[in-house]
Design a protein around this ligand. Structure first.
Ligand SMILES: [Zn+2]
Length: 358
């Protein structure tokens, strides 16, 4: 019997944003056929797998990987009413597909599991301090957050979600041998001053909740914990308290934004967290934020996005050892899909890009 992984079939469909019905129409079969294949009730023949692979831009071997485990159920149980279910599934599926690539590439390297200490009952703030310590982060603002995170082998899967209704999400890790992954939106409508807090928040989920990802019942607590973690990890109370001491004027907030590379909004929240901002004063600042339109978009203060480079480095390492032409084959991708996914990241066969690596 030919091996076939129905989960990967569903993944490819969702990645294209297609319903079962739309796929059935495109392949000229009845919908129940697609449904039976996805539920594992029917194993398709070689010819059908060939057609499907060509349609999706994968190699037929992609669907034969029965050893690959995908997380059960949806990833983004945090509901966003404005994001449709199809869109959510499409973004999740692309993130999962990229996670499978990254895991396969990472396994070519020795020691690629993430460097993450166990929570051991710590509070989010304690965990943030503990992780800074474990990762030897010097006091004060973090120099380059994606670089720090990826140096400890938590991979950032950066791609354009095609919408600004979702910033990032942490992926559950069905394979303990693979590195932890965070999907991160590079859509230009997602302002760079929100990048740091977003990434630190998702790192918080990875560090604090990786054993309870599937638990939807405690969403509110998990959100609060990830925020508490992010605040202390980016701007430890001991280091930022003095910077935030009154009077917290807008001129001061702009200076601090450039120094800490965090939005003014996140800095005001931080001042409230560490208890240096009076309630009445916070109320006044938030009122002005609303009036100036800062809740939607603040002045950028020249903050540029910090780019993740972990996946590019994995691709480069593979190319150095095995040659670039083998990359699409190794990932079971037809060339056009490989180019679409990684074309901007790496140019196969052109070693020029390697010198620009950090
Ligand atoms: Zn969250």
């Amino acid at each position: 019997m030919p091996s076939f992984n129905p989960d990967l079939f569903r993944l490819a469909r969702e990645e294209r944003g297609l319903s079962q019905k739309a796929l059935a129409d495109a392949l000229k079969v009845v919908q129940s056929e697609i449904s039976k294949i996805e539920s594992g009730k029917k194993v398709p023949g070689e010819a059908f797998v060939g057609t499907v692979a060509a349609f999706f831009g994968y190699k037929p071997e992609f669907f034969a990987q029965t050893n690959l485990a995908l997380p059960e159920g949806g990833i983004l149980h945090r509901k966003r009413s404005t994001l449709s279910a199809t869109e959510r599934n499409r973004i999740e599926a692309e993130a999962l597909a990229r996670m499978l690539d990254a895991s396969a590439l990472a396994k070519c390297q020795t020691a690629f599991t993430s460097d993450l200490p166990a929570r051991d009952g710590r509070t989010p703030v304690e965990m943030a301090r503990f992780l800074r310590d474990a990762w030897s982060v010097p006091a004060g603002p973090i120099d380059n957050l994606p670089l720090l995170v990826e140096r400890h082998r938590v991979l950032i899967l950066a791609f354009d979600f095609g919408t600004d209704l979702l910033d990032a999400f942490a992926l559950p890790q069905p394979d303990p041998e693979a590195p932890a992954c965070i999907a991160f939106n590079t859509n230009p409508a997602f302002p760079p001053d929100r990048h740091r807090f977003t990434l630190a928040h998702e790192l918080g989920h990875v560090v604090l909740h990786r054993d309870e990802f599937a638990d939807e019942s405690d969403e509110k607590r998990q959100e609060n914990e990830a925020n508490e973690f992010a605040g202390e990890f980016l701007a430890p109370e001991a280091d930022i308290r003095e910077d935030l001491s009154p009077p917290l004027t807008f001129a001061r907030l702009r200076e601090l934004k450039a120094k800490w590379k965090m939005s003014m909004g996140a800095l005001v929240h931080r001042a409230q967290d560490v208890g240096v901002l009076k309630k009445s004063e916070a109320k006044r600042i938030w009122f002005l934020f609303g009036r100036y339109g800062y809740r939607k978009r603040e002045p950028g203060m020249g903050l540029a996005p910090e780019r993740a480079s972990g996946v590019r480095r994995l691709l480069e390492k593979f190319r150095e050892s095995r040659g670039g032409d083998e990359l699409p084959e190794f990932l079971h991708l037809a060339r056009p899909l490989f180019d679409r996914r990684y074309g901007a990241t790496i140019t196969v066969g052109n070693l020029q890009g390697a010198s620009a690596m950090t």
